[in-house]
Ligand binder design. Structure first.
Ligand SMILES: [Zn+2]
Length: 303
């Protein structure tokens, strides 16, 4: 058997719309870093929020990734198929005394300053109409980022008892993302700087899952290494949208957007590369990928 590659990366879009230029850059950076390190690259569709989902978006995202030469190595994982696993994780967290039901409203939390103070920790609230929060006694608020260096987040926010199951009956992002990064044995996460704060929470979550055993599957896992690429914004500092200057994501003509993405990632592709086919551009990009060249900034402007 071929030895398991030690690098396992992933791109995990939510199907709330088509892939835009901002998410293309994220996909490209995580793909190139995995391939440069002889790693495996996975795609996971984070479809745990049906009200925000757009019909057909998952298929469209996957088609776009293929058109841009970003081919994944294993079956695509859909989070909507992972409910049983998430429920088992929650059940075990209760057994270990790591979580509790909370009936506080957003309004109540807002009146105490917006940071949850553990109000329901010892109230033994019943299940109905409640969220589930973890007891976050050792919140991590500083960590080393592969691209951005040392990151320091707001301590009070990082130490908050965060929600893993929502009042409206949906799994929370933090639970699903950590459970699946463990499930898929992810070693490296390259994503956008909008997730710098959630990363701190996710790092705090790992130790709580350490001793959990599910049907022959030990959740023990060290957290992945994280690297956050700058968010692409317009000259006015706005996030990218269809209306502003973002290069169009055109599956029948991917070269211009690929070249623009490589340039913004600091990779300095030679101009003549644009006349090559997608596979040649991707081959060049893998061979020349240098994560150190990615700008060490939270945001980067389209010019
Ligand atoms: Zn509460």
């Amino acid at each position: 058997m071929r030895p398991q590659p030690s690098y396992r990366g992933r791109f995990a879009p939510s199907p709330s719309g088509h892939l835009h230029f901002g998410s293309l850059i994220t996909a490209l950076a995580s793909f190139l870093d995995a391939k440069k390190n002889n790693g495996t690259w996975l795609v996971r569709i984070e479809d745990i929020d049906p009200p925000r989902e757009k019909i057909g978006a998952s298929e469209h995202i996957l088609k776009t990734l293929e058109a841009f030469g970003l081919h994944w190595d294993e079956t695509v994982l859909f989070q909507s198929k992972q409910s049983d696993y998430y429920f088992q994780v929650i059940k075990e967290l209760f057994k270990e005394g790591h979580c509790y039901y909370c009936s506080c409203t957003r309004k109540q939390i807002k009146t105490i300053g917006g940071i949850y103070q553990g109000h329901c920790r010892s109230l033994n609230i019943e299940k109905s109409n409640s969220a589930i929060r973890v007891i976050n006694n050792h919140g991590i608020y500083q960590y080393h980022d592969l691209i951005q260096g040392n990151i320091k987040c707001e301590q009070a926010l990082a130490e908050e008892d965060f929600i893993i199951f929502r009042k409206d009956g949906l799994f929370a992002y933090q639970l699903a993302v950590v459970a699946d990064d463990i499930y898929q044995n992810i070693s490296h996460v390259i994503r956008g700087c909008d997730l710098l704060e959630p990363t701190a929470r996710q790092l705090s979550f790992y130790p709580l899952l350490e001793n959990i055993q599910l049907n022959n599957f030990q959740l023990k896992n060290s957290p992945p290494t994280f690297g956050h690429i700058p968010l692409v914004v317009t000259e006015q500092g706005y996030k990218l949208s269809k209306q502003n200057k973002a290069p169009a994501i055109d599956n029948s003509n991917p070269q211009p957007a690929l070249m623009a993405a490589l340039t913004l990632l600091g990779q300095q592709p030679p101009k003549e590369l644009i006349s090559e086919n997608v596979n040649e551009i991707i081959k060049w990009a893998i061979n020349h990928w240098q994560i150190d060249m990615v700008p060490k900034k939270r945001e980067i402007q389209l010019t």
